[in-house]
Structure formats: C-alpha cells, structure tokens
Design a binder for this molecule. Structure first.
Ligand code: AMP
Ligand code: MG
Length: 328
C-alpha cells in the first residue's frame, strides 16, 4: 500500500506544472532566426530553469531523497556561463522561485546524484530537446523509485492535446492507482483516467518511435512493421510523449531500437513514462522481453532498447522484434 505517496504526488505535480510553464514561455520565444542559427541557448536556459524549479521543491519537501537528474550547474558556475546564469535566475524569479546565483546553482546541483539508492527521484527537466527547438513535442519527466520499483511517474507535456481543452497535458501514475491526465493549465478541472488501446490485430497497429533516427533505428522498425503487416503510418514524436501516446491509446506500441551496440538508455528518459503505460494497462520491457531494471544507477545498464505496448500485443511484438534482428 503506498498511501504515503500523496505528499510526493502533490509536490511532484506542482513542481512539474511550474517547470512546464517555464518551458512553454521559453519555447514560445524561439524564433525562426534562432532556429536558423542553430542556436541551442533557449533549450539550455529552459533545461536549467526546469531542473532548478523541480529540485528546489524536492529538496524543500524531501531533503533526504537523492535526485538523479540530467543536468548539473557546472557550466553555469563557470565564467563562460555568466550570461546563461543571469537568464536562468530571471526565469526562475518570474516563475515564483527567486534566488541568488548560489541558491539557484545549488537547486540544480541537488539533482546531481548518480548512484542507485533504496529511494530516489529521477528527473529529465526537458526530454526531447530537439522537439523543443522545433517547437514540437517535449516533456518534463519526474519519477520516484523505491526499492527499484517506480512508485510515481509524472509527465508534463506542454504540446500534447488534452481532450476538450487544447494543448498542454499533465499526466501521472501512482503504482496500483491507475494513470491520469489533466489539462496542464487548468488544475482545477478533474483528472480523467487514461487507458491503453484494445487493438489486437497486428495490421491495425499504430507504431510510435523517435523522430531522430540516431535515437531509434527506423530501418529496423520498418522491417518489424512489414513483418506484422502494419498498414497504418508510423507516428514519429520526440520525448516521452510517446509513452503518453501509448498510455492514451493514440498509439499501440512504442519501439526504441538501439542504433549502436553498447548505448545505455538513461533512466530519466523512461521512468516517468514507463509507469504511465503500465498503470494504463500496457506492458513495458526491453527488446528481449526483460523488465527494465532501475537499480543500476543512472542508466538501464542491463537492458537493451525498449518496447512499450498496449499490453495485448506485447508477445506478438517481441516475437516480431526477434525475427527481424538487424545483422551486426
Ligand atoms: P527521443 O526524443 O525519443 O528521440 O529521445 C531523446 C533522448 O534520447 C535524449 O534525452 C537522450 O538522452 C537520448 N539519446 C541520446 N543518444 C541516444 C542514442 N544513441 N540512442 C538512444 N537514445 C539516445
Ligand atoms: Mg531526455
């Protein structure tokens, strides 16, 4: 029984919503010119700002919990980062977290754990940075892991559509208590339960995968789709919004197929989304059918790739992956 996670859920939801609003503000300021210049500074500033807001709240409410986050403040503390630091301080202040340079860097560095422990959080302050820069999908992902089990998973998805309220979804799951969504901007509206699809016919499957062919092998998923006689177009999307798409039944499976031997998936790229799919009735394993092992520090060192499905088609999908292993 995990009644005790009510406080964690409330703090996590508030912090992720706050960070998502910060990210939205920065993303709305990205111009065609800054994109043409391949200027990554908006995502850098929003990344630090998001981690600062969330870690500030976690440190205040749960000071003993380590946080394995993607970012650290070393770049901001260096002389060359002074300009970024000023922007991050201003953003944090605008979003209700005014602090000195030392305080804000301290919040960010609170997310600097990397070792496994019996209870910790993992945070990706902006997952899908490429999507963020293209003004497409990205997510803020936060999860609480206790004794290797994901107990709480939260995704802020500022550009995913929420039924009847437009863009912006806050989605979460607590182990044993289902998966839920709410409009990001209207926290007063009731949360609604989300469920995976009922699709069983392989030809009806909607596959979802990364936009970036460097993050998941598109040629390999093409072979799998052909093997399953999938007739519907593949949904390409950045970030853990793919897990939300499967959890809500918009896609039936999410494939993450290794593009190179030895790449270790990062826990913050998965933990939040995985629990959403599981609690929505789906299944998540690596591409060999093994459960994802969140006891290995900051990576999924014992797993290769990921397959997340509506649950019903999981065995069929795993067999298709096995039949279509790319050579090499
Ligand atoms: P996505 O938006 O699904 O393409 O995933 C974005 C995440 O991919 C980033 O947060 C990175 O941590 C991760 N990533 C970076 N390089 C690789 C790689 N070679 N294979 C898989 N994931 C990667
Ligand atoms: Mg990421």
């Amino acid at each position: 029984m995990n009644q005790g996670f009510k406080r964690e859920l409330e703090a996590g939801l508030q912090a992720v919503r706050q960070a998502a609003l910060l990210c939205r503000q920065v993303q709305s300021g990205i111009t065609t010119e800054s994109l043409a210049k391949q200027d990554n500074s908006p995502v850098t500033v929003a990344d630090y700002g998001s981690q600062a807001l969330i870690c500030r709240r976690l440190r205040a409410d749960f000071p003993a919990d380590p946080v394995i986050g993607e970012e650290g403040a070393a770049e901001l503390r260096a002389a060359a980062g002074a300009d970024f630091l000023q922007q991050v301080l201003q953003l944090c202040a605008e979003h209700g977290a005014a602090g000195t340079a030392d305080e804000v860097c301290g919040w960010i560095d609170h997310g600097g754990a990397s070792q496994y422990s019996s209870r910790f959080w993992t945070l990706d302050p902006i997952d899908g940075t490429r999507g963020f820069l293209r003004r497409e999908q990205y997510a803020i992902s936060l999860a609480l892991i206790v004794n290797g089990q994901i107990e709480l998973g939260i995704l802020g998805c500022p550009n995913m559509e929420c039924p009847s309220s437009g863009p912006g979804v806050l989605a979460w799951a607590v182990r044993g208590y289902g998966a839920w969504q709410q409009p990001l901007l209207q926290s007063e509206l009731p949360a609604t339960a989300i469920r995976t699809s009922g699709t069983t016919e392989p030809s009806d499957l909607v596959i979802c995968e990364s936009v970036e062919s460097g993050h998941s092998a598109h040629d390999w998923s093409g072979l799998i789709a052909a093997d399953l006689t999938v007739g519907r177009p593949t949904l390409r999307m950045d970030s853990q919004c793919k897990y939300l798409a499967v959890a809500r039944g918009e896609a039936d499976l999410y494939l993450r197929l290794p593009t190179k031997k030895g790449y270790r998936e990062k826990i913050w790229d998965h933990a939040g989304g995985v629990l959403l799919v599981l609690e929505a009735g789906g299944q998540v394993t690596d591409i060999s059918g093994g459960l994802l092992d969140f006891r290995q520090g900051s990576t999924l060192a014992l797993n290769e790739g990921v397959a997340a499905t509506n649950g019903r088609v999981h065995p069929v999908v795993l067999r298709a992956i096995e039949r279509n292993h790319l050579p090499g």
